[in-house]
Design a protein around this ligand. Sequence first.
Ligand SMILES: Cc1cc2nc3c(=O)[nH]c(=O)nc-3n(C[C@H](O)[C@H](O)[C@H](O)COP(=O)(O)OP(=O)(O)OC[C@H]3O[C@@H](n4cnc5c(N)ncnc54)[C@H](O)[C@@H]3O)c2cc1C
Length: 140
Amino acid sequence: MKNLAIVGAGLVGSFLSIYLRKRGYNVSVFERRPDMRKSGEYAGRSINLALSNRGLRALEEVGLAEKVKPVAIPLHGRTMHDVKGNLSFLPYGTQGQFINSISRSGLNIVLMDEAERLGVNIHFGQRIQHVDLEKNSIDN
Ligand SMILES: Cc1cc2nc3c(=O)[nH]c(=O)nc-3n(C[C@H](O)[C@H](O)[C@H](O)COP(=O)(O)OP(=O)(O)OC[C@H]3O[C@@H](n4cnc5c(N)ncnc54)[C@H](O)[C@@H]3O)c2cc1C
């Protein structure tokens, strides 16, 4: 079985590790930060993410959409502020369409939990300094 290394356990790295693990690879993820589930230190960008249908489809493919949907807040449009201070509402669609506001760290934690449940090894506190694609090696 092939061994794969991913640098970064953010949204993309954690998600990709699930995909590749499900395809049968041995996956190790190296993350420079401590484990946010233990340290309480949340991902640097703290505002909620706007998760679209495209993002939900990706989560559906790895069986996580139903876990995430209950904690997502539907946003049906945006409120505009004009120069006089008046507010107007611009809906995202005419048929009740909405985007989903979700905690970035919460989503990251769901992804890391699932990755580890499937057997991905996440190594925290490991800042990768160099990747050598010729030698297939990484250095911290
Ligand atoms: C203010 C802001 C708001 C956003 N809002 C939205 C939104 O509403 N909806 C949306 O879809 N997207 C949004 N985005 C974009 C979204 O954040 C990114 O597309 C997404 O985070 C990219 O995921 P990533 O895993 O590539 O990067 P990140 O989430 O940044 O994760 C990268 C990880 O790699 C680690 N890392 C970096 N270098 C190393 C190293 N040398 N060694 C080891 N680990 C390392 C970092 O610690 C981090 O954990 C927003 C971005 C910003 C900045």
